[in-house]
Design a protein around this ligand. Sequence first.
Ligand code: PEP
Ligand code: MG
Length: 749
Amino acid sequence: MKRDHAKLICDVGELTGLFHDAPGMEDFLRKITAMITRHMACEVCSIYLYYQDSRELVLKATTGLNPSCVGHVRMRLGEGLTGQALKERRPICEGRAKDNPHFRYFPGIGEEKFESFLAVPILRGTVEIGVMVIQSEKKNYFTPEDIQIFRAVTSQLAATIETARLLITLNDKERQKRAPAVAADLKFVKGRSGAEGVALGNAVVVDEAMTDLQRFTQTSHTHTEDDFHKAVQATEAQLEDLQEQVETTLFDVAALIFTAQILMLKDKGFSDVIAAQIRHGVDPPQAVVSVVQEYVRKFASINDSYLREKIYDVKDMGRRVLENMTGLKDPHADFEGRIVIARELFPSDVLKLFSQKVKGIILLNGGVTSHVAILSRSLNIPLVIADEPGLLAVPGGTRVLLDAVMGTIHINPDEDTVRKVLDREDLNKDLDRLKRLIREHPKTKDGVAVKLMANINLLGDLKAANEFKADGIGLYRTEFPFLIRSNFPLEEEQYLIYRRLVQGMPGKEITFRTLDIGGDKILLHYNYGREENPFLGLRSIRFSLKHKDVFIQQIRAILRAGHGHDMRVLFPMISSVDEFLEAKGIVQECAHDLAKEGIKYIKDPPIGTMIELPSVIEIIDELAQEADFLSIGTNDLIQYLLAVDRNNEKVADLYMPYHPAVLRALKKVADAGLKYGKDVSVCGDMAHSVQFLPFLLGIGLRRFSMDARYLPSVHEKLSTIVLAEAEIKTREILQQSKAVRTAQLLDDF
Ligand code: PEP
Ligand code: MG
């Protein structure tokens, strides 16, 4: 169809004249989109407005896409082709949009059938106003002339659209004043998956859950001191029960999870003070609330991260006592079957939520490779990370569908969406189908053998690792048992945990990574002092070398547990040959001491280093000569190489595993391993990416360790790869200097 360009410009002029009569600004924008589709003879026109405060583009009008997505599809500057058009301030035209690696698909928007895509930024001088997009079902539809004319139209409309945006913003602010629940019209949020899975449940915002004790005092019932003592006993029994249940399912990490609360409950400073207040005539629920609040005030006044945890504990304990006394339930504090929404969580919080049978987690701040995400995967708690402050205003009890495979959040979803997502997940969970994808001896299509191993965070991960026939454990993150305890676990305690691990995978190689705490893995009982940059601070091997007493206990426990097994020791975050040798020296000293003491231990286990810092890429040859094996921690390597915090959602688009610097660094490590005859494995999240697998094979890597849940898809992909072809493509990738190009080539794999 011939497009009527001249008429289009003229009608825009007319439409601008209609501006004052439009019933609403959204309606005005929609009229523009309808008119443009007619004149450009295409099926879709959409307007996205840019909001400086949230640095987000929001779909505000469309003709051709699903109208219910208006207001709900959001993207950051640079995200997707639309975000990229605004960030780079240039039109983006694609004959087949899906071929571009920046293309971002938003479920439910109805974009699947559209091939051609043209986005033009709406700018007024240097001011970013938004993006206008047209789409067509036909491939290669838009011509250079179309681009020119569409730019002209967009530029003509820019000032008008800016005014519309201003009015929409003012109206939104008015609406917000009237209805404090900002999230009332939040229906769909696109975030990123931190732990895959699907969950349907009622929302609870954690901050809100922690503050609402006062409501228990508004009861018409009269209570006595005896009611209080009975409530304390009932609470104690409940907490002991919970502790017992958790200890059977989380043997390695659960110690003392609820004991802090039990101890507080028994503390005379708590119960005696409350009883005294009651005797002085204070209503019992009010007495509990005021003493709990007093504890909270005291904890809050001390600058220590451990005490943040205690505030949670004392409030939670107070809530339990109040519930047992009044018979009222706090619907926000019961996490069973709930989708928890939180700004931020610690790994220990995740363990508590797990023990309280939470169904899913939405985090505003965090990264997909953060340890909260890693832990959630081990605990099978679906987790989505979405930097959308409106989520904190979702009213408690709202039905939420968490699709942590696609990384999407549906608020008050319709039944059709629920059914589609749940049906798809049922298929993903079909264990028999997944097991059929596992090969006895994994190899490429042309027969090159590859080792596919499992990462273990919790002992509970062993089950899936065995089910999916892992070729051993390529990474056991030993720090998790340290995280929740109220003290460093002693050698004996660690030995018992490690022993269970080696017995859980007999006859197979097991790699123990020594303690990697600090960064986002904070020990609750250890006062770090204030660290401005914890990821650059006393983290990982630095902590171990500074606290040799703790390190020695751990190494002794590892060496003892490894007796009679095929095991290896791996140091995290090594930055120099000197540091590696110092840590290795301690292993040798521990072995020497154990021998002297006549205790059984593994003699001369291979000792390796993780490759996570840019500094060791430069000295990789020397390090490869000293170490028995190398293991690449891509999660940290990418973070440190690109200076992008792996936990910061705001820079998530800069966390680029496909960056040429990352790919070339990996090649250097693979080459060094080959040159000095040392095994090199990948144990960061890149190891489970089917997109990267051909490249990693192409540079010569043959060992991969990943969360066991990814083993089936990696087995499946591996059997389709022809190594010779992968090597040719890999050479081409390594010659590229631009990330956009490497991303494209990796996608083509
Ligand atoms: C990594 O950094 O890639 C890694 C495997 O270690 P962690 O994710 O535990 O930091
Ligand atoms: Mg790491």
